[in-house]
Write a protein that binds this ligand. Structure first.
Ligand code: ATP
Length: 575
């Protein structure tokens, strides 16, 4: 928590101003009851109207000054709190951006979202509360005690009794509420996870008639959170009536004992009235302090979760002296590469060695889960190899900066991901300064022009979030165009033609061939027709290369390949 609060350093000036105004405000608040007591004891008792008017006007001025200080501190605290939260959010977001996929896998998207939003809001609430109350509450409590003793030392003994009772009540409430506040954060996390899955998987949920099942899952998580929130709020709600009761009894006692003192001439009426106000100020400040102490554990649970994000040292880092200049272009070499996912039992890839050169098409084929996507993800260094090495243009990719490495690659991922924005904006994601001709050219090769021209606004048509307003095949073609516009040295198509019909698939590959004459192309595919013309086909089975060569060579040398071919041919014939 302290570590996060160090982020308040840039706001030192605002904090100093807040402290000064808080100090002034507290002084005005402590001064008012004394003025009131003077009005009663001097003005009213002696029927001095002039004194009453003069002191009354002075009271108004002091109250106005206090009000002004209060407005200023509230405004500045809110502003500082928001700016602090903004900086923290940026910091967390920047950190997450540097995460490798391994860290994403570990933390989970839903949790990362809660940590960047809700958890930071908890810290922001605490900061605002601290700025507004942390100095004010003890200052007012101590000031109140001094003033009360000043008014009547004997009667002040009541304060000790009140503080002890108050301490016990607050202690009981805090010990019950703090664990509940902590568990609320975890429950918010859970709710976010369910909600996110529900929203992103809405089509599947409907298709499988799982709406009620999902509703129940969401309701359970929601109810769980609500129940805890209600419980903790009930508890907190009890605090106010108990404190009011305590305050009212205290007032009765003060008036009771005070009346004797007044009767004996040991105390004046005004002093008694002021005394009651000081006791109420002391109690109010203790409640404020309690609020802070209740907020602290909740915020510290959030701080721990935020620090967990900030403390992660991404596994994949750029080297200190990156080799960002290579003689060659487009050469890929896998040297005895093995790879194991974190927490996975077995290796996803084992002893993979092959080379790919510019002007060549290397295809990777294999059953589901054989490691095809894993293999191509290693080229972009989304994960680091567990053993062996990957060289690009004769340089180990761990020795290059990630930006330089990825600038060489045009990746079309297995799951086409588009962003909200126009078609042009989505394709410019591949190359920021791509001009209209480049965009149209890329779309022509990707066989996307036809459907783009059919759309109402052509290239300016809006793609909705996640590309839900276009078909799967159209999405794939746009993500292919996005990679093409980059004109990279290496193209990686991870099962990118699966949603295309055979005709479009063939046309696209033909156009692609001309476009990538001097580039290295890696194609991951399930269909034999997509890979059979490749210069080199790598057959993967359970993470191992079980065959490598041309279609013809593999037909005679690889059983697995022959099985894949025969299963598909018979399927096509059946169709
Ligand atoms: N993030 C991950 N964490 C742990 N294991 C994973 C992860 N991603 C994939 N795997 C496992 O690694 C193996 C290879 O997966 P990969 O996605 O590379 O297969 P694939 O050949 O591309 O399959 P498909 O054709 O179905 O896409 C599988 O057993 C899979 O369960």
């Amino acid at each position: 928590m302290i570590k996060l609060l160090k982020g308040l350093k840039p706001f030192s000036l605002s904090i100093i101003i807040i402290l000064i105004f808080t100090f002034l405000r507290t002084l005005t608040e402590l001064f008012l009851p004394t003025l009131m007591s003077d009005i009663v004891d001097i003005g009213i008792v002696k029927q001095d109207i002039g004194y009453i008017a003069k002191t009354g006007a002075f009271m108004l001025l002091i109250a106005a000054l206090g009000g002004l200080c209060s407005i200023l501190t509230s405004m500045l605290s809110a502003k500082t709190g928001s700016a602090f939260a903004r900086n923290l959010r940026n910091k967390v977001f920047e950190k997450i951006e540097n995460y490798s996929l391994k860290e994403f896998d570990e933390k989970g998207t839903a949790s990362l979202i809660t940590r960047t939003t809700n958890d930071i809001t908890q810290i922001q609430n605490l900061v605002v509360m601290l700025l507004r109350m942390f100095i004010r509450a003890p200052l007012m409590a101590i000031g109140g005690i001094i003033m009360a003793i000043n008014k009547n030392p004997n009667l002040s003994l009541i304060i000790i009794v009140v503080v002890v009772i108050l301490g016990i009540v607050i202690g009981l409430v805090a010990s019950k509420s703090i664990p509940m506040f902590k568990s609320m954060q975890v429950k918010v996390d859970k709710l976010n996870l369910v909600l996110r899955e529900r929203l992103t998987g809405i089509r599947v949920i409907r298709a499988f008639n799982k709406i009620n099942h999902e509703k129940k899952r969401f309701n359970d998580a929601n109810k769980d959170l609500t129940n805890t929130a209600i419980k903790v709020n009930k508890l907190m709600a009890c605090l106010t009536p108990i404190l009011m009761l305590l305050f009212n009894f205290t007032t009765i006692f003060i008036i009771w004992f005070g009346s004797f003192k007044i009767n004996n001439g040991a105390m004046q009426v005004g002093d008694l009235m002021a005394f009651i106000q000081y006791v109420s100020q002391i109690m109010f400040s203790l409640i404020m302090l309690t609020m802070i102490f209740i907020l602290i554990p909740r915020a510290s649970a959030s701080a721990i979760r935020i620090n967990e994000v900030l403390n992660v040292e991404p596994e994949i880092n750029d080297p200190n002296d990156p080799a960002d200049k290579t003689e060659k272009r487009g050469y890929i070499e896998f040297k005895n590469v093995s790879f194991r996912y974190n927490n996975a039992e077995g290796e996803a890839l084992e002893d993979i060695s092959f080379q790919a050169e510019p002007g060549e098409v290397t295809a990777i084929i294999g059953g589901t889960g054989s490691g095809k996507s894993t293999l191509v993800n290693l080229i972009s260094r989304f994960y680091d190899v567990s053993r062996g090495s990957i060289l690009i243009d004769d340089v180990d990719i761990r020795k290059m900066s990630q930006e330089y490495l990825r600038s060489k690659i045009g990746l079309v991922p297995q799951k086409a991901v588009l962003f909200s924005g126009t078609i042009t904006q989505n394709i410019r994601f591949g190359k920021e300064d791509a001009n209209k001709e480049e965009i149209v050219h890329a779309c022509e090769i990707a066989q996307a022009t036809e459907f783009i021209n059919d759309m109402k606004d052509g290239y300016d048509s809006e793609i909705s979030q996640g590309g839900t307003n276009i078909s799967g095949g159209q999405k794939q073609r746009l993500s292919i165009a996005r990679a093409l516009v980059r004109k990279p040295e290496i193209y990686i198509f991870d099962d990118s033609f699966s949603a295309l019909d055979f005709k479009t698939d063939a046309r696209l590959r033909q156009a692609l061939k001309k476009e990538t004459l001097n580039d290295t192309v890696i194609i991951v595919a399930q269909r034999v027709t997509t890979v059979m013309n490749a210069d080199r086909i790598i057959v993967l089975d359970e993470g191992r290369i079980v065959g490598m060569g041309t279609h013809k060579e593999l037909l005679s040398s690889s059983d697995v390949y022959r099985q894949i071919v025969s299963s598909q041919l018979s399927e096509e014939e059946l169709a």
